[in-house]
Design a protein around this ligand. Structure first.
Ligand code: ADP
Ligand code: MG
Length: 231
């Protein structure tokens, strides 16, 4: 059995439907979808140790099967720049969870490399009851949330279809580059779209997938958050 199927089976076997960010990103890595490097820790000493190994700045995030939207409960701290700040942020996250979601079961804290700012895009997948998994693409923030500037294709998609999706959102000119802002790596986004399509096609047990946001650069792209929900 492929490693990804084994992982999903283990999660279903223990009665869970929502993957932890660590699990979702592990699955992404299996499919060659670039994600920020991460380490799961369970105390502030190890958080500091891993932050040093990853290199500053880092991001700290709560890992809990009961918390889907981490920043809503104060579960994400970005731009952590020193060992002392890591320890302080670790405690701050724990306090925030105690305050906003005291009943949540806590697995640990994720220490991850902080991705530099880039153009933020979103890749997602939802299941159509009739046609199966569909792939979604759009630019992050107001483009998706306010303008609903997104596009869909039924999976599996080819590289040409992926490129078509990218070029048909209204915000496409922003990706192509304008004035002083450089063009984004469209090839890297295309690859992520095709690999995401492969991931959900080969795993029909996935109900929803959300890479939000993906930072896109002149060269390369990286998902900083990954959410996967099973049937
Ligand atoms: P959630 O969506 O569950 O609230 P995210 O993991 O998406 O949590 O984190 C919230 C925000 O923090 C992201 O939208 C992004 O702007 C920022 N962020 C999270 N992880 C990173 C990272 N590794 N590098 C840079 N920015 C990050
Ligand atoms: Mg997110």
């Amino acid at each position: 059995m492929p490693k990804s199927s084994q992982l999903l089976k283990e999660i279903l076997d223990c009665g869970r439907k929502t993957l932890l960010e660590t699990e979702a990103k592990t699955l992404c890595m299996e499919y060659d979808i670039p994600v920020t490097r991460f380490k799961l820790v369970k105390d502030e000493e190890n958080a500091a140790k891993q932050a040093e190994a990853l290199g500053f700045p880092v991001v700290l995030k709560i890992v809990s099967p009961d918390i889907v939207h981490k920043s809503d409960v104060g579960g994400v701290i970005v731009g952590v720049k020193s060992l002392n700040e890591v320890k302080k942020s670790y405690r701050e996250i724990m306090n925030n969870i105690m305050k906003h979601k005291p009943e949540a079961k806590i697995v640990g804290v994720l220490v991850q490399e902080m991705a530099p700012a880039g153009t933020e895009v979103i890749v997602g997948s939802i299941k159509d009851p009739q046609f199966g998994p569909a792939i979604m693409f759009g630019l992050g923030g107001v483009f998706v949330e306010v303008l609903k500037d997104v596009t869909f294709r039924i999976a599996p998609i080819t590289e040409d279809e992926a490129a078509e999706m990218i070029s048909e959102v209204k915000a496409y000119p922003l990706l192509k580059g304008y004035r002083n802002s450089p063009p984004a790596d469209l090839k890297a986004i295309t690859k992520i779209l095709v690999n995401t399509s492969r991931l959900v096609t080969e795993h029909p047990e996935i109900k929803e997938l959300d890479l939000n946001p993906i930072m896109v650069y002149e060269k390369g792209a990286k998902a900083v958050d990954a959410r996967i929900i099973l049937e």
